[in-house]
Design a protein around this ligand. Structure first.
Ligand SMILES: NC(=O)c1ccc[n+]([C@@H]2O[C@H](COP(=O)([O-])OP(=O)(O)OC[C@H]3O[C@@H](n4cnc5c(N)ncnc54)[C@H](OP(=O)(O)O)[C@@H]3O)[C@@H](O)[C@H]2O)c1
Length: 189
């Protein structure tokens, strides 16, 4: 099982405002987007068998006019039951399980590549050593506060830079391979 993160952040490392807003991401005023440019998303999405996202991300994407995930299975993680809209019940499923248990269950179904989304969810998968690749697009904006992509880690997580692509509108997309765990994080003592 391979798990990939594909996400956009502000330069100061946030994936959403404190209230969950992503206006700066979908309609960045100073980085006009070529309507034909998808930053490689469609090509990446083709390679994915299923999505695994946190409840907060699902609560956002369910409000979008367009469902972006086609017929691919979407697993929504939450400790509390997630109500799935009737029209999504054939592809969307709630799970309450640890990242390793989620991976185990999906592997049993023959799923080989998952797209992990949502800051908290990504952090939990990283902490369990279950992310192999991260594709992070940084937007040229500071939003000061918000929901962070990364947080505390139980140990260093070593990465290998694979490539970086700079787009004409200033978006910078970097791909990293997760190499594995480094030494335990010191408390500074
Ligand atoms: N910039 C981007 O490209 C991008 C992409 C995706 C999302 N976003 C934004 O990011 C925000 C959401 O990120 P987030 O960090 O707040 O949260 P998130 O990862 O979407 O959701 C976190 C929630 O997922 C549940 N969860 C995660 N792992 C679990 C597990 N193993 N078992 C049970 N429950 C689990 C928990 O829900 P319960 O508390 O219900 O148990 C947890 O509170 C949204 O505002 C969205 O707009 C931005």
């Amino acid at each position: 099982m391979k798990a990939t993160v594909y996400i956009g952040t502000s330069l100061d490392g946030f994936i959403a405002r404190e209230d969950g807003g992503i206006d700066w991401l979908v309609d960045p005023p100073d980085s006009p987007q070529d309507p034909e440019e998808d930053f490689g998303f469609a090509e990446f999405f083709e390679t994915v068998d299923a999505l695994v996202m946190g409840r907060n991300t699902f609560d956002l994407v369910r409000t979008f006019d367009v469902w972006a995930y086609g017929d691919k299975p979407v697993i929504v993680l939450s400790s509390r039951e997630v109500e799935i809209p009737e029209e999504r019940k054939n592809t969307v499923e709630w799970m309450n399980a640890s990242p390793s248990e989620v991976v185990r269950r999906l592997e049993k179904r023959g799923i080989r590549h998952i797209y992990v989304d949502g800051g908290d969810t990504i952090q939990r998968f990283l902490a369990e050593g279950l992310i192999q690749r991260m594709i992070i697009t940084r937007l040229p904006i500071l939003i000061g506060r918000g929901i962070p992509l990364f947080g505390p880690v139980p140990h260093d997580i070593r990465l290998r830079h694979v490539e970086t692509k700079v787009f004409p509108n200033g978006f910078v997309k970097s791909e990293y391979e997760v190499l594995g765990n480094g030494s335990a994080v010191s408390d500074g003592a």
